[in-house]
Design a protein around this ligand. Structure first.
Ligand code: BTN
Length: 324
């Protein structure tokens, strides 16, 4: 860790508290000049750090800047070993983590970005990822015993974990629109894209890259016109330290499921958060769109639907639209 990162760790764990340069220098066994330089660098990065004579330095409680140190302070002790990397901007966190996975990077490698210039969504779509208002991250997983069919569990756990994380940091009541979009007040606030690599011989998952994008705040000038009717944000206005808190809360919940999977537990929760059970929908496939009623969601996360002609089916892929 650099001196700047160590100073940030002290500030992030003690927001609103003053520390003299001497105190920090002694604590880190470095010179006061080195502390001063680190504080200056942090201020240049946008941290609001007060410097008061005879009191020292203090990081404002109102800071909302992503950093490994800021995330770590909310992570459960058993998840502190996540390998967190925070970047200002990148084309796509999923692309980078996939590259790292192919090069042999270990499970638990995470890339978080403040902005994506080529964010990817499902079905080759773009995922709008403007700077500063969202949270875009990818986590590398290497489960030892997942078949191709079981890989969907990762997305299921992630959708539930994101709903729980949003409930933990806000008063909101999120819902899951099958298969993996998180909705609040009728608008999509989070999308999940899980990409994987499978062994050709055994059909087992070699690795998965779990990519999550959240609109934490609405962009200052609003969403682009084509998204205005469909995209929303978790919060109307800026919150203290929310981005670090939300990503850590997600990882705490997700890793609880992932490291100790109880399929019934997370699929029951998935059903509880569902936006579509009991609703009239349109099932959209490559060749047709059919009206249907959703009776439920089974333990493999398939939609149990009944089409207008009375035919019943378990839908495992594709897209749906809720009919109003
Ligand atoms: C969707 O809604 O279709 C899925 C969107 C997934 C977006 C996230 S943002 C972080 C990660 N990197 C990407 O390029 N995509 C995922």
């Amino acid at each position: 860790m650099t001196i700047k990162e160590k100073v940030l760790e002290i500030f992030e764990s003690n927001k609103g508290a003053y520390f003299s340069g001497e105190e920090i220098a002694q604590n880190l066994s470095v010179s006061r000049a080195a502390v001063w330089k680190a504080v200056k660098q942090l201020k240049n990065e946008g941290y609001s750090i007060d410097a008061v004579n005879n009191k020292g330095y203090c990081l404002s409680v109102y800071t909302d800047i992503l950093s490994p140190q800021g995330i770590q302070k909310y992570l459960k002790p058993q998840y502190q070993k996540l390998h967190l990397n925070v970047l200002q901007t990148i084309d796509s966190t999923n692309v980078l983590v996939r590259q790292k996975a192919a090069e042999g990077e270990a499970e638990g490698f995470v890339v978080v970005a403040n902005e994506q210039t080529a964010g990817r969504g499902r079905y080759g779509r773009d995922f709008y990822s403007p700077s500063g208002t969202g949270l875009y991250f990818s986590l590398l997983l290497r489960p030892s015993d997942y078949t191709a069919d079981q890989a969907v569990r990762i997305t299921t756990m992630a959708a539930v974990a994101m709903c729980e994380a949003i409930e933990e940091v806000s008063d909101e009541k999120p819902k899951i629109k099958w298969v993996n979009d998180i909705f609040l007040k009728g608008k999509k606030v989070c999308g999940i894209l899980t990409e994987g690599s499978f062994g050709l011989e055994n059909g087992m998952l070699e690795y998965a890259v779990l990519g999550v994008g959240v609109n934490v705040y609405a962009p200052p000038n609003g969403f682009p016109e084509e998204l205005q009717q469909i995209a929303g944000a978790v919060f109307d206005c800026a919150q203290n330290d929310m981005k670090n808190h939300l990503i850590a809360a997600f990882n705490n919940h997700f890793l609880d499921y992932y490291t100790n999977p109880d399929k019934k537990d997370y699929t029951d929760k998935y059903r509880q958060y569902s936006l579509v059970i009991g609703k009239e929908i349109v099932v959209i496939s490559a060749k047709e769109s059919r009206n249907a009623f959703v009776h439920g969601i089974d333990d493999d996360c398939r939609l149990m639907v009944e089409y207008e002609n009375g035919e019943k089916a378990a839908v495992s892929s594709g897209e749906i639209r809720i009919r109003l």
